[in-house]
Write a protein that binds this ligand. Structure first.
Ligand code: FE2
Ligand code: FE2
Length: 282
């Protein structure tokens, strides 16, 4: 089976690009299951119920989040009505919503999605390593789930790599989010888990992390906030990753970056194109 993941959707530019691209990607590559990080989808800060529904209607099976999950306060309430919206697993006990769930993919497979958040440079949370470990113990690969995808929303690449190796062989994929910048370290770890430090954002890269450049530059220069951060409005690059899953083991056979549209160099995983050719030949 094939998993598709798209990184943090930032503002209207990111949203429009994802809404336009995702249905085509889903169909063209017969993705069985799609996860999208929506923590910056509403004006760069959080997610609204209407935007969540747009992403689900466009073909996201699950929407993950991160530190910005509650920026739109309504999310504290509507998250309880949406099984397919996750917030970080290691938030304090009693936090609304949940951080992991088992979902049915298009091919009938059961996919466990875990959304965890790092602590390095990010503030105090429960230990993400132990929280992820508990989620994997409760629902192990093959006996509990046919595939396991972990969105690790974290700042430090060291913490991300460590978590990848910590669950190597027990999860299908660990993909990082939050930095909004795609990394080029996609690989299959020695135990068979696909890994990428950061998927990058779905947003306008003529920006500082998806926001209009002027205010961030001014704050670095003067340390005086002069206006709110606003999402950059130019053409967005849709950034993500595709994972080919070995249906026998639930581990990864291949991983490859996706970057479509906007300013970044374009990328699509070779194994997706190859499969399309094989289908065309048949
Ligand atoms: Fe983000
Ligand atoms: Fe974040």
């Amino acid at each position: 089976m094939r998993l598709l993941f798209l990184g943090d959707v930032v503002g209207r530019a990111g949203r429009l690009a994802v809404l336009e691209t995702l249905p085509k990607l889903r169909e063209r590559y017969a993705a069985d299951f799609v996860i999208v990080n929506g923590e910056n989808a509403a004006g760069g800060f959080g997610i609204s119920e209407a935007i969540l529904n747009e992403l689900l209607d466009a073909g996201a099976d699950v929407v993950t989040t991160g530190n910005h999950v509650w920026d739109q306060r309504e999310a504290l309430v509507f998250i309880e009505r949406y099984d397919r919206l996750l917030r970080p697993l290691n938030f304090p006990a009693g936090t609304p919503g949940k951080g992991a769930g088992l979902f049915k993919a298009a091919n009938g497979a059961d996919v466990l999605v875990v959304n965890a958040m790092g602590r390095v440079f990010m503030g105090d949370l429960d230990d993400p390593f132990r929280a992820v470990d508990e989620a994997l113990t409760a629902c192990p690969l093959k006996t509990g789930a046919d595939a396991i995808f972990i969105d690790f929303h974290a700042e430090a690449t060291s913490e991300k790599e460590a978590l990848g190796h910590f669950v190597d062989g027990r999860a299908t994929a660990v993909v990082g989010t939050h930095t909004h910048v795609p990394t080029a370290d996609d690989q299959i770890l020695t135990g068979g888990t696909a890994y990428l430090s950061d998927a990058g954002m779905c947003g306008d890269f003529d920006s500082v992390l998806g926001m209009d450049k002027d205010e961030p530059i001014s704050r670095f220069l003067s340390k005086i906030p002069s206006r709110r951060f606003a999402p950059s409005k130019g053409d967005a690059t849709v950034c993500g990753v595709a994972i080919d899953v070995d249906d026998r083991t639930g581990l990864a056979r291949a991983i490859g970056p996706i970057r479509l549209g906007g300013r970044l160099s374009q990328a699509e995983p070779a194994f997706w194109r190859q499969d399309v050719r094989e289908e065309d030949d048949a």
